[in-house]
Design a protein around this ligand. Structure first.
Ligand code: PEP
Length: 262
């Protein structure tokens, strides 16, 4: 019932960044906020390459309970301060409905990760938080289930939702997940919501991030979100997929060279 494709605006009034059909939005930042220095350095790299939104995880949903779980509230403070210093609105994941108000206070956009796409209580909570939502596709979810998850958010009055294809689980072990590139135009035609792609979490390998981002641009995605780290070899989370500065610049060039489909 919504014939026009929507644009979602992220950030403070007067400095808002659009995600939608009018542009191609480039989001970059560290997988996890580790230290103020690492986050600032990653943000400067992201901004220099042309990113207009900063990503960074403070609450990390890790497969292993023994892996780095993120800095939590301290990480949120660091991310917000770095966003302020660099003038980049910030997007960060919220994993627990009890943390939504606290995260919404600091972040410009709330991310729902792949593991929580069908956490309906959390979806309802972010639907009431008054901030745009980045809704990742569940790694085992159909497109229909993903769109229904978006309905849980919308039902609570929040239509500022951006969908993110981040790979699905298949039998292929060469990549961590298989980027379902066909999901982009399918979701765009079934929904008015913007659809972006996360090639970093799909592949789990930095050598595939630029090619997959180019595929996202080619298929008409409304943006990409990628991991970058000043020193990926010592990253506390997902280092093998984080881009170095030179690779981020190659990605920025790909974004400039391949204009989005209209
Ligand atoms: C992330 O973006 O930090 C993340 C954990 O992504 P996903 O939920 O897609 O695995």
């Amino acid at each position: 019932h919504h014939p026009e494709r929507s644009t979602v605006w992220v950030g403070k009034v007067g400095a808002q960044v659009p995600i939608g059909p009018m542009t191609f939005t480039f989001i970059a930042g560290p997988c996890a906020v580790e230290t103020p220095e690492q986050t600032l350095e990653a943000a400067i790299m992201a901004k220099a390459a042309g990113a207009t939104l900063l990503r960074g995880g403070a609450y990390k949903p890790r497969t292993s309970p023994y892996a780095f779980q993120g800095l939590g509230r301290k990480g949120l403070d660091i991310l917000a301060a770095v966003g302020e210093a660099t003038g980049l609105p910030v997007v960060t994941e919220v994993v627990d409905a009890r943390d939504v108000a606290e995260v919404a206070e600091q972040a410009d956009m709330l991310q729902i990760g792949t593991r929580n796409m069908a956490n309906f209580g959390l979806l309802q909570a972010v639907g009431e938080a008054g901030k745009p939502v980045l809704l990742k596709r569940g790694m085992t979810a159909t497109i229909e289930e993903w769109l229904m998850a978006a309905e849980y958010v919308a039902q609570r009055g929040n239509l500022d939702i951006v969908l993110c294809e981040r790979g699905i689980r298949t039998f292929e072990p060469a990549t961590r997940n298989t980027l379902d590139i066909s999901a982009v135009p399918i979701a765009q035609s079934a929904s008015h919501l913007p659809v972006i792609v996360d090639p970093s979490h799909a592949a789990g390998r930095r050598d595939l991030v630029v090619p997959l981002a180019r595929a996202a641009i080619g298929v008409g995605a409304d943006g990409v979100i990628v991991d970058v780290h000043p020193d990926p070899e010592v990253a506390l989370c997902d280092g093998p997929q984080a881009l170095h500065g030179s690779e981020l610049r190659a990605l920025a060039q790909a974004v400039r060279q391949l204009p989005p489909l209209v």
